[in-house]
Design a protein around this ligand. Structure first.
Ligand SMILES: C[S@@+](CC[C@H](N)C(=O)[O-])C[C@H]1O[C@@H](n2cnc3c(N)ncnc32)[C@H](O)[C@@H]1O
Length: 309
């Protein structure tokens, strides 16, 4: 496997799923199948793997794998469709493990034609599924300045969001925003002081990508669905690369791992229900050796939960 397709926290994430030989597993983010292959290596002949990805090239890679392995079913779909896919496959409520390794893949980042990279010139697209939704160029051409500023501020946690949005709006009045280098240049000129270790457009590109792909909505929808798709004692393992996503996963597990709050209108009544999840261990980060080999693993955080009976 070449460096561009190196899966992050591979053993840790697949160990966390506690794979049973005859179990049913769902990989919501196939990518190039690093984690899926490891799950398959631990599954016996009657095990099943349902692999999803909304990216056409990832889906093609998944189909190739499925072509030679009857245990695998592949879907070109967003992971917010997880429950529907599980239901149609007749496995909802029986899934032993769901893995999400969210964000963009190295294959997507490194391909200039996809428009994710500020270091390579390419069309300003940024869609994981180029057949759905609006491209970054189209959105940046029509969005009001305050919307652009709030996306960059919220999803990029960028201090200079307002300046950057202003510069984008000024630039689009003279020429249409078409490519990644042009956007990177506009942002670099708008940001006052540069951090030597980080390209000035890093946060802006990340923010626009998260917005264009509705990444936080996708994650929130999928986490909720996992509660129904998993069998009791089934495991959920999520690797995230961004603090906003990790916070969402952490809160989701915490909120479902404690007793429901009493009804504020009837606080004297014992709350109904019981915790539905148990957090398994603490957040896991890539070790020094993995970070040295694969710098992209530096920001990865793995969180694991188990569904309670
Ligand atoms: C970090 S990569 C996964 C790498 C994979 N685990 C491997 O070992 O090759 C993330 C993948 O998830 C996909 N993806 C991200 N968000 C998605 C979503 N909401 N629904 C479906 N696929 C998604 C991307 O297209 C990308 O291929």
């Amino acid at each position: 496997m070449n460096a561009a397709h190196r899966p992050v926290l591979l053993q840790e994430a697949v160990d966390a799923l506690a794979v049973q030989a005859d179990g049913i597993y769902m990989d919501g983010t196939f990518g190039r199948g690093g984690h899926s292959r490891e799950i398959l290596a631990r599954l016996g002949p009657s095990g099943r793997l349902l692999a999803l990805d909304r990216d056409p090239e990832a889906h093609a890679a998944a189909r190739e794998l499925a072509g030679g392995d009857a245990r695998v079913s592949v879907y070109r779909a967003a992971f917010s469709m997880l429950e529907r896919i599980a239901t149609e496959a007749g496995v909802s409520g029986r899934v032993n493990g769901v893995l999400l390794d969210i964000g963009v893949s190295s294959a997507q980042l490194d391909d200039a034609r996809r428009g994710f990279s500020f270091t390579q010139k390419g069309p300003l697209d940024m869609r994981m599924d180029p057949d759905a939704g609006e491209s970054a160029a189209s959105w940046l051409t029509r969005a009001p300045e305050h919307d652009i500023a709030s996306v960059i501020h919220e999803y990029g946690e960028e201090r200079h969001a307002r300046r950057i949005a202003k510069a984008i709006v000024a630039a689009r009045e003279t020429a249409p925003l078409a490519d990644t280098s042009q956007l990177a240049e506009i942002v670099s000129r708008a940001v006052p002081r540069h951090d030597r270790h980080k390209h000035p457009a890093t946060r802006t590109f990340q923010a626009i990508r998260i917005f264009i792909n509705r990444e936080l909505d996708e994650l929130s929808a999928c986490l909720e669905q996992c509660l129904r798709v998993l069998v009791p004692a089934g495991r959920l393992a999520v690797i995230s690369f961004h603090s906003l996503e990790d916070r969402m996963v952490k809160r989701f597990i915490r909120d479902h791992a404690r007793m429901p709050e009493p009804d504020p209108k009837a606080p004297w009544l014992a709350p109904e229900g019981s915790p539905v999840l148990r957090a398994v261990g603490k957040a896991v980060h890539a070790g020094e050796a993995e970070v040295a080999e694969n710098p992209r693993s530096r920001s990865a955080v793995l969180r694991v939960a188990e569904k309670l009976p």
